[in-house]
Design a binder for this molecule. Sequence first.
Ligand code: HEC
Length: 132
Amino acid sequence: MMTGISSSLGRLLAPLSVLAFAVAAQPAGAEDAAAMKASEHIYDTYCAQCHGVNRNGKGVNTVGLSVQPRDHSDTRGMSSIPIEEMTKAIREGGVSVNKSALMPPWNSVLSDEQITNMVAYLRKVCRCDTPQ
Ligand code: HEC
């Protein structure tokens, strides 16, 4: 009796585990590309006004700022910022890493995952992981 139930359960669950495998085995590249695209869109929405549409720190909203926004295309400058500091600066604002308060906190706008993805995106923009 019990074996009958468990074997039919097994038959029911087998396709499920195949499905789970198929989802897990999705190419990582596709997921990365989607996250990069999403970060690019977030950047254009929230960051470009200061950091520039060209990611060079020369946004339209920088006239008269006493501290100029970071040039995100500057490989050497960006490489010098530890990933944890970059994450914290974006999450909690410039002040949290002893930088300017003109860099706003984004934790009420962006999720932790979006911030993590943004850091990965910035590392790509600055070509920080590409050997020079
Ligand atoms: C209102 C203008 C403004 C906006 C909008 C803005 N930033 Fe900034 N950001 C700054 C300024 C100014 C600095 C330089 C702070 C300093 O060096 O003291 C900075 C610095 C940074 C840094 C370097 C932090 C460090 O530790 O040196 C990162 C990374 C950064 N911004 C990411 C972002 C991201 C991502 C967004 C959008 C989600 C964003 N910023 C939006 C003004 C801005």
